[in-house]
Design a protein around this ligand. Structure first.
Ligand SMILES: Nc1nc2c(c(=O)[nH]1)N[C@H]1C(S)=C(S)[C@@H](COP(=O)(O)O)O[C@H]1N2
Ligand SMILES: [Mo]
Length: 247
């Protein structure tokens, strides 16, 4: 369904309202159709989680909004669980050698650990969060990029979300195909078993439940980018923010 209400980028930091409730990133199950009512739904979801957590406080910590500082975001109603047996990451498009990786195959490649602040474009931040996985550049080198490739389209096994990077951005050493977060295997709520991690950009670039990496001739805007957020999502230097010194 098409987004009924165009949602321009908003800047809750400037407008001074609590972000998670007002900004519409957390549609929690209704896809784009839920955008207009998302703040309302978010409240309902938090209440729901609270009531479940009351019954079993150990189970839901990772899912609780603001549990450990994170908020749970999914634009898809439900997301299948993938594991060692059925997870695959495909690398295709404009490459010489298309590939399909199992989790074991990804684990067998050199792992890189990066500790940075997570920054969601809506304002919340989680300081000093370790992410670990395979540099995207390693997978790109293995695939052999054709000369006409300029960008990457990322797809997800939630069936809905997508993201993009230019080839130059994708080759940075702080862009990972991430298998671990906070020094543990990446849980389902955070996009496990595998998510993208784009350290220098707002967290919407870090596509959860990653299943496809496809080399393209030009950038194809991702899910939130089609809805008004910047494609080049550098933290502090995009989406209406400018942290550059003024003189
Ligand atoms: N597949 C998928 N990836 C996604 C999203 C999503 O809805 N679906 N939301 C993005 C946004 S806006 C944020 S802030 C982070 C949230 O990650 P978390 O749920 O691990 O906190 O995931 C990003 N990646
Ligand atoms: Mo976000």
């Amino acid at each position: 369904m098409k987004d009924p209400t165009p949602t321009p980028p908003r800047d809750p930091d400037r407008e001074g309202t609590p972000v998670g409730r007002r900004v519409v990133l957390s549609v929690l199950g209704l896809g784009a159709a839920g955008v207009a009512t998302a703040p309302y739904l978010q409240r309902g979801f938090e209440a729901f989680l609270g009531s479940v957590a009351d019954k079993d406080p150990t189970k839901l910590t990772g899912l609780l909004p603001n549990g450990g500082g994170f908020r749970y975001y999914s634009v898809a109603a439900s997301v299948p669980h993938k594991n060692d047996t059925n997870y695959r990451l495909t690398v295709g498009g404009l490459v010489e050698r298309p590939a399909s990786y199992t989790l074991d195959a990804l684990r067998a490649l050199p792992q890189t650990r990066i500790v940075r602040d997570v920054q969601c474009v809506t304002g919340w931040r989680v300081p000093d969060t370790p992410f670990e996985g395979v540099k995207l550049s390693v997978l790109l080198d293995a695939a052999g990029i054709r000369p006409e490739a300029r960008a990457i389209r990322f797809t997800c096994f939630d069936g809905t979300y997508s993201e993009s990077l230019t080839l130059d951005q994708a080759r940075r050493s702080d862009v990972l195909v991430c298998l671990r977060m906070q020094d543990e295997p990446l849980g389902h709520a955070h996009g496990g078993p595998v998510r993208l991690y784009v350290a220098p950009m707002y967290f919407y670039k870090s596509a959860k439940w990653l299943s496809g990496i496809s080399l393209t001739s030009e950038v194809q805007p991702g899910y939130w980018e089609e809805r008004g957020y910047d494609i080049d999502a550098w933290v502090g230097r995009s989406n209406g923010r400018d942290d550059a010194p003024t003189a």
